[in-house]
Design a protein around this ligand. Structure first.
Ligand SMILES: *[C@@H]1O[C@H](CO)[C@@H](O)[C@H](O)[C@H]1NC(C)=O
Ligand SMILES: *[C@@H]1O[C@H](CO)[C@@H](O)[C@H](O)[C@H]1NC(C)=O
Length: 562
């Protein structure tokens, strides 16, 4: 059975977990609200068809969505080309009725259509059932579900915004010529702040000049953050109370303890974008089903080019990963404990801003916590607080093994930043089996038993999911019984799924490695096809030098077994 090396397994695992994570986010979010909405929607549609508008079940909110649903054009084999070519901007959702994530997108898409309609956006929203109209869908370039594509004068562009209705609207505005919201009056500004939690404020004396142009360019280049502009100091003060300059000012507003951050560089597009990357996420990210994709997206994407529908902000994410090389993860059992630790985290996070990113995961949130715990082999841990970190780029991980006091936490982050921490390797607890016929080796005993021992070591490397491992284990047991009493040979096995060691790099499971007593750093890989006899001959030959007599007494019995 071919499997990746442990390093690669880590990447795979991380990514698979993140993938599962991000997918489950949607599945879960949908179960909670969207699917309900959708059902409601469908019911409303049916009612509307049957008896006209205003069925008894139509709540005000559902009514809004229902109306919106109707302003999303349904594409089919006849109208697709006409709609796409006949409009300057069309955002197409390709879906399949059976696909859960498609189902989740529908209400958001409808909500977006509604919001855009109200703002007089030139963007037309259309959806196509790619299962029912496969030809038309594939002609548009729809390959998976759900797919979002923007057509500008008939030519498609990938969608690269967020997936909440609000983010869809922000993205749509940016792509259709309205990248910035201009606010001129205090009243409308108050209304705006009631609706938006994160945004970038620009105060300009006049809406012209190179600084202003750079601001506009950044607004178009960014895919997620709503840019707001004003030339009125009172309006600006509603948005950002502590203005640093009454003439020209730029700052981000967020909904977290670090609520306001002022931009203090030259007004250049790239500097503004960079500023956003540094500042758009909170200092301490409390991981939730909804934000986890955003929190992880950058580095993961850069590393392996994984492209999930959910994150595709190429340029921006690139710089993101350059900035946040490290991530700290903390798990805390009690919600109240978090309040206590939060100010500590906040302080540490502020000190390491842009270098170490702090993420807080509630250990009770299985979907969110499990991936980390598995990565560190700590599923069974009963620690209330686990502080762990990993470097996405180097694929290395670290564990804070002392108490998570503020100073330990700070030193841990400092160690990460300076690269002075030792990497963490997974290990099961040390077993008490020195007298077993086949000794169990774990991550923590690999050094002592395999590398530092004076004997030859035959090591079976297995994993629980490997089908052929059992067969190999039987072979190894036979060998162990046969060579029992041979002092110069240790026969051992290690479960590589829960035990790691930097010197244990295995491509296939099962693997059989022979570590000669004289050269522990160059184990000999025994081919999996070797018969029991061949293996025994090999061991005999290699151990012979150190223990001749022991082998010869066993020669007859191995022949008997075979
Ligand atoms: C789409 O085509 C029209 C007519 O040729 C043109 O005026 C418009 O600028 C185009 N839109 C974009 C975004 O290129
Ligand atoms: C041995 O390895 C080869 C290729 O590496 C594989 O095709 C074969 O199935 C393996 N046999 C066993 C018994 O694991």
């Amino acid at each position: 059975m071919s499997k990746p090396t442990p390093i690669w397994t880590l990447t795979c695992l991380t990514l698979t977990l993140l993938l599962i994570l991000s997918l489950s986010i949607h599945a879960i979010a949908s179960e909670e609200d969207e699917l309900g909405d959708l059902e409601e929607l469908l019911a409303i549609d049916e009612e509307a068809e049957a008896e006209g508008q205003g069925g008894s079940r139509a709540t005000e909110a559902a009514d809004v969505v229902s109306k919106a649903q109707r302003i999303v054009i349904e594409l089919n084999s006849e109208n697709t080309r006409r709609v796409i070519d006949g409009n300057e901007f069309v955002l197409v959702l390709g879906y399949a009725p059976w696909c859960v994530r498609s189902a989740e997108m529908m209400p958001k898409f409808a909500e977006t259509a509604n919001a855009l309609k109200e703002t007089g956006s030139p963007l037309l929203l259309a959806k196509i059932d790619a299962e029912r109209y496969p030809k038309a869908a594939s002609a548009l370039g729809i390959k998976g579900f759900p797919t979002l594509l923007l057509f500008v004068n008939g030519t498609s562009q990938a969608y690269n915004g967020g997936f909440s209705a609000e983010e869809l609207v922000i993205w749509a505005r940016k792509r259709t010529g309205f990248p910035v919201i201009r606010l001129s009056y205090v009243d409308e500004t108050k209304e705006f702040t009631a609706n938006y939690r994160t945004f970038l404020v620009g105060l300009f004396e006049t809406y012209e000049g190179t600084d202003y142009e750079e601001f506009r360019k950044a607004a178009v280049a960014d895919n997620e953050i709503q840019f707001v502009e004003t030339s009125d100091i009172e309006v600006a003060r509603v948005l950002y109370p502590d203005l640093k300059s009454p003439n020209q000012f730029l700052g981000i507003v967020k909904s977290e303890p670090e609520k306001y951050v002022a931009f203090e560089e030259h007004f250049e597009k790239d500097k503004i974008l960079n500023f956003l990357e540094y500042n758009k996420l909170p200092l301490v990210n409390v991981l939730t089903e909804l934000n986890s994709v955003k929190v992880y997206s950058g580095p993961v994407k850069l590393q392996v080019g994984l492209s999930l529908l959910y994150y595709s902000n190429l340029a921006v994410k690139f710089s993101f990963s350059m900035i946040y090389e490290w991530k700290c993860f903390g798990n805390v059992l009690q919600a109240d404990e978090f309040k206590n630790i939060r100010s500590t985290l906040q302080e540490v996070a502020a000190k390491f801003k842009s270098k170490v990113m702090l993420i807080y995961v509630d250990i009770k949130e299985d979907n969110l916590a499990k991936p980390f715990l598995t990565l560190f082999g700590l599923e069974e841990s009963d620690e209330a607080v686990i502080v762990a970190a990993f470097d996405n780029k180097a694929n290395s991980k670290y564990l804070l093994e002392s108490d998570p006091t503020p100073s330990n936490l700070e030193n841990f982050c400092l160690g990460l930043e300076r690269g002075t921490l030792s990497q963490y390797y997974k290990s099961q607890p040390i077993p008490d089996n020195n007298v077993a016929v086949v000794r169990t080796v774990v991550g923590k005993t690999f050094d002592d038993v395999v590398l530092k021992s004076s004997q030859n070591v035959l090591l079976e490397v297995h994993a629980p999911w490997c089908i052929k491992c059992e067969e190999m284990s039987k072979q190894v047991e036979k060998l162990a019984k046969h060579f029992k009493g041979l002092n110069d040979l240790i026969i051992a096995r290690i479960d590589a799924s829960v035990n790691e060691h930097p010197k244990l790099q295995v491509d296939d499971y099962p693997s059989l490695l022979f570590y000669p007593a004289t050269d522990k750093l160059n184990p000999i890989k025994l081919l999996n096809k070797s018969s029991l006899k061949e293996l025994a001959m090999f061991i005999k030959k290699n151990v012979q030098a150190s223990d001749d007599r022991g082998i010869s007494t066993h020669d007859q019995s191995i022949r008997d077994e075979l």
